[in-house]
Design a protein around this ligand. Structure first.
Ligand code: GLC
Length: 574
């Protein structure tokens, strides 16, 4: 294989620490639990972990409101527990990247407590302060973006909850303090960072107001009520217009370059992946972020062959156009979006689609990111009791619906349950013991466990079943690991107008692999004998989701079963 970096060949797995594994039995995940499950991850075949925030936090935004950047939340353990986790992960050849929240801190962070205490304190300028709200900007989580502080008789700006004040990144002391925190974990040996919400770091310097005739609650409500495609498009445009002056503003490229330079001082190829889909944040391909996510794929709604091909064409041509070619990064789920088995399924062929989606992630060119629980087919849990919501943006919206928009409380509860990110953050389902084996039976877990742990959606049930989704993931991960073409090969789309299936080659110097993903419930008869790279070759099956012998097949008259995933090596006819 050519000289790829570890983050190009790795399969990442996102651990949401609150919900992954509860080692001390208190209903909340922790490092003890994570360490106990490292063998599980190693056996699954993942190479790297993205750990969502593990820092001390009052949890207004489930850890994305950090009150100390260089410590560990007590509910997850101690700094020593973190070090043990890192050591144990590295001992199993798994890399670890942390979540870095640059845009804002918690309002309980000592920096903010000091900043808000008076207009003259040394950190007075560490956040974004104004005498009166200069515009109608909204926070995307809780309405007005400007919140009053009596101590200063001033307002501060927050893009997210009011408990998450935005840092003033024009202040060089802020930068220095944050870069110190970045170094703290790099010095301990972490392998990089996932950068949270980078688009929100700077604001329009002219503070231009938005022109949407609604506030946040009104906009969410309009979204809930939109029925026709035109209405939905209108709401989508409103979302863009409402926040366009608070997003992707000048300054970010220089900041990303500065951060990249810090990572590059360290040995071991530390890496950065941005929570953004904008390839511009990869700079020239070598001087800003190593990766940005292919969110357009995740957000396209139903995954159809033509949409997938178009997505790949657009992304790959942009990445190839960078002075030093960029590397793709694909994902279909994370802690902010509906679980893939809920979002992409059709309620008829869910099991088949789950397998197709996994195969898509693991065969497209680029670094795949999996989200904990997807490997056993976990689904969203709709929480209809508003008192059980932990995602405060949803509780805020529930409150506004009932008290301002006068939505009937049952209807408001339903809508809040649908929009909250709690639905896709429920505890990992380890077994069919009470609480899905996440916590002891008599413990109330921090979010309810999805009761479908009683229906086989658990690690334990699936581990010993050769036909389970879990074993399917393991198998695919193994095939990928042993295939140079799947790891580093170019992506060459085939039969570009096919409506029912996606077919492409992955071609490296050592190997050429044909991938066919049949998204339809019909049997296909395909012919690849005229494809230049395949002509005069046979296809040796490396993997199939259908019953199939591993023998070589001619590329003509190839029968593909409904929903089949076929991965075959192109081999010279013997
Ligand atoms: C990112 C995180 C999300 C969080 C937000 C504010 O989008 O993924 O969970 O709420 O940033 O930090």
């Amino acid at each position: 294989m050519t000289d790829l970096k570890w983050w190009q060949t790795a399969v990442f797995y996102q651990i949401y620490p609150r919900s992954f594994a509860d080692g001390n039995g208190d209903g909340i995940g922790d490092f003890k639990g994570i360490v106990e499950k490292l063998d599980y991850l190693s056996d699954l075949g993942v190479d790297a972990i993205w750990l969502s925030p593990h820092f001390p936090s009052p949890n207004w935004d489930c850890g994305y409101d950090v009150s100390d950047y260089t410590d560990v939340a007590p509910e997850y353990g101690t700094l020593e527990d973190f070090k043990a986790f890192l050591r144990e992960a590295h001992a199993r050849n798994m890399r670890v990247i942390l979540d870095l929240v640059l845009n804002h801190t918690s309002d309980e962070h000592p920096w903010f407590l000091e900043s808000k205490s008076s207009r003259n304190n040394p950190k007075a300028d560490w956040y974004v302060w104004v005498d009166t709200p200069p515009n109608n900007w909204q926070s995307c989580f809780d309405g007005d973006a400007w919140t009053y502080v009596p101590e200063r008789d001033q307002y501060y700006y927050h893009y997210f909850m009011k408990q998450q004040p935005d840092l003033n990144w024009h202040n060089s002391e802020v930068k220095k303090a944050m870069w110190d925190a970045v170094r703290f974990w790099l010095d301990l040996g972490v392998d990089g960072y996932r950068l949270d919400a980078i688009g929100t770091i700077y604001e329009d310097p002219n503070l231009t107001p938005h022109e949407v005739p609604l506030d946040l609650a009104g906009l969410r409500n309009a979204g809930d009520l939109a029925r026709t495609p035109a209405q939905k498009k209108g709401v989508f445009k409103y979302w863009h217009d409402m926040f366009k002056n608070q997003w992707a503003q000048p300054g970010l490229h220089d900041l990303m370059k500065e951060l990249r330079a810090i990572l590059d001082e360290y040995d071991g190829d530390r890496m950065l992946v941005g929570e953004d889909d904008n390839i511009d944040y990869m700079g020239n391909g070598e001087d800003e972020l190593h990766l940005v996510f292919n969110f357009p794929l995740m957000r396209m709604g139903r995954l159809t062959p033509s949409r997938i091909r178009l997505n790949q064409k657009e992304r790959l041509s942009r990445l190839d156009g960078l002075p030093s070619k960029g590397w793709p990064c694909n994902t279909l789920g994370n802690h902010d979006t509906s679980r893939i088995h809920t979002f992409f399924d059709d309620k008829q062929h869910d099991a088949e689609l789950a397998r197709l989606h996994a195969a898509l992630m693991l065969t497209l060119k680029g670094t795949p990111f999996l989200y904990n629980g997807e490997e056993i087919g976990m689904t969203d849990l709709i929480i209809t009791d508003p008192t059980k919501l932990r995602d405060t943006m949803a509780s805020w919206y529930y409150d506004r619906m009932v008290n301002e928009l006068k939505v009937d409380s049952e209807e408001a509860a339903r809508r809040a349950g649908e929009m909250t990110r709690d639905r896709n953050r429920t505890p990992m389902q380890w077994s069919d013991n009470p609480n899905g084996g996440f916590s002891p039976a008599d413990i109330e877990t921090w979010l309810p466990v999805n009761p479908n742990y009683r229906e086989g959606i658990t690690v334990k049930d699936q581990e010993h079943n050769p036909n389970s989704l879990l074993n399917y993931y393991k198998h695919l991960l193994r095939v990928r690991k042993h295939s140079p073409a799947l790891i580093e090969g170019e992506y060459i789309p085939l039969q570009n107008t096919a409506k029912d299936y996606v077919a492409f080659l992955r071609k490296s110097a050592e190997q050429t692999v044909l991938v066919i993903l049949n998204f339809s419930d019909t049997k296909l008869e395909l012919d690849f004998s005229r494809v230049r790279e395949i002509k005069g070759h046979d296809l040796q099956v490396l993997f199939s989701s259908a019953e199939r012998l591993k023998t070589a097949k001619p590329p003509r008259g190839l029968t593909i079963s409904p929903f089949e995933v076929l991965i075959a090596e192109v081999q010279r006819t013997k």
